[in-house]
Design a protein around this ligand. Structure first.
Ligand code: SF4
Length: 322
């Protein structure tokens, strides 16, 4: 359904150019959830925004690559076409903070009805009736009555459900969920993850789930892509990635947090800090922090090689002939 190839999104700042997304490639099938994980600043959110054609203006620009959704190339489409036919209709996003997605002066019913009206999805029933159905689908209690309430009258968890109702109102093919649980209490997080799974079962959407929470990713995703310094360094199905990660960065991430069901001796942090995006190290960008770095790692970026069910960009794997 979604095919991304060699996507590059750069930010042109006064101090220099940030290669926020630097040659990212992945596929996503209908009904599949792909987790995009990595530290802050690794390019996860910028990848999601690029899929929507919304790199931050005026600094951000997609400079190369391809995004195909159901065979249609999205890179280079007119802004009008993106707004009318793609954004909110075929691709929708649930963001981290529901308050920034909701307008405080409109009722939640009006806000869920807005994309239904904008994309001409109300035929036999009114947009507001359909909005109430969507609020009901995301399990907002007494949806018909609560559709007339304003965002400040909802708890954080309920607001996030309203944002989910807006996102799925037009039955998008691709749902981008950007850290949707990080502002929620743990018990509400579990309910929201159940809801995401339910939404996928109901709509068949492909989900790109962006998170730094490896536990959440493990419980929700079918496959995981690990990002570092704007690149995907490892992709694998979820069981394989958590049981036998191949890239030293993935290994470091998994060693640094406790994950239910994963055997770990003791927690260890990754040495050093994420690199300055304005002056990334040459060769493999992870080499200053990598315990296995060798001469070639400092000179040349490793190629992404296919391994069983995925890809890894590391000289250790490339040199092993995988
Ligand atoms: Fe470490 Fe070299 Fe692999 Fe980079 S390419 S992760 S520096 S071993």
């Amino acid at each position: 359904m979604l095919r991304v190839r060699d996507l590059k999104t750069h930010l042109y700042l006064k101090r220099g150019v940030v290669k926020a997304v630097d040659g990212v490639s992945f596929d996503l099938a209908s009904g599949e959830t792909l987790g995009l994980i990595g530290e802050s600043g690794s390019g996860k959110t910028m990848t999601g925004l690029s899929l929507l054609g919304l790199p931050p203006k005026p600094a951000g620009r997609i400079v190369a690559g391809s995004i195909e959704l159901d065979g249609r190339e999205l890179v280079g489409l007119d802004e009008d076409v993106l707004a009318r036919e793609v954004r909110g209709r075929q691709i929708a996003m649930i963001s981290q903070d529901p308050m920034t997605s909701l307008n405080p002066v409109f009722t939640v019913g009006e806000q869920v009805a807005a994309p239904i009206r904008a994309h001409g999805m109300a035929f036999e029933r009114s947009a507001m009736d359909l909005a109430v159905d969507e609020l009901d689908r995301v399990r907002v209690p007494s949806a018909a009555r609560r559709a007339g309430d304003y965002p400040h009258q909802f708890s954080g968890g309920m607001r996030q459900r309203v944002v989910a109702a807006m996102a799925i109102a037009c039955r998008p093919r691709l749902l981008i969920a950007d850290e949707p649980t990080s502002a929620l209490d743990v018990t509400i997080q579990v309910q929201f993850m159940d809801l995401i799974e339910q939404i996928q079962t109901d709509t068949g959407a492909g989900i790109l789930f962006i998170t730094h929470d490896l536990g959440v990713a493990a419980s929700l995703c079918h496959r995981i892509a690990v990002m570092y310094a704007g690149r995907i360094v490892e992709t694998a199905n979820v069981d394989k990635l958590y049981s036998s990660p191949l890239h030293p960065y993935t290994q470091g991430l998994l060693d640094s947090v406790p994950i239910l069901g994963r055997r770990q001796k003791r927690l260890r942090s990754i040495a050093g800090n994420p690199p300055d995006p304005l002056s990334l190290p040459g060769g493999c960008a992870f080499h200053p922090r990598c315990p296995h770095a060798s001469e070639i790692c400092r000179k040349e970026a490793p190629p992404s090689v296919s391994v069983e069910g995925g890809n890894v960009a590391c000289w250790l794997v490339a040199d092993s002939g995988a």
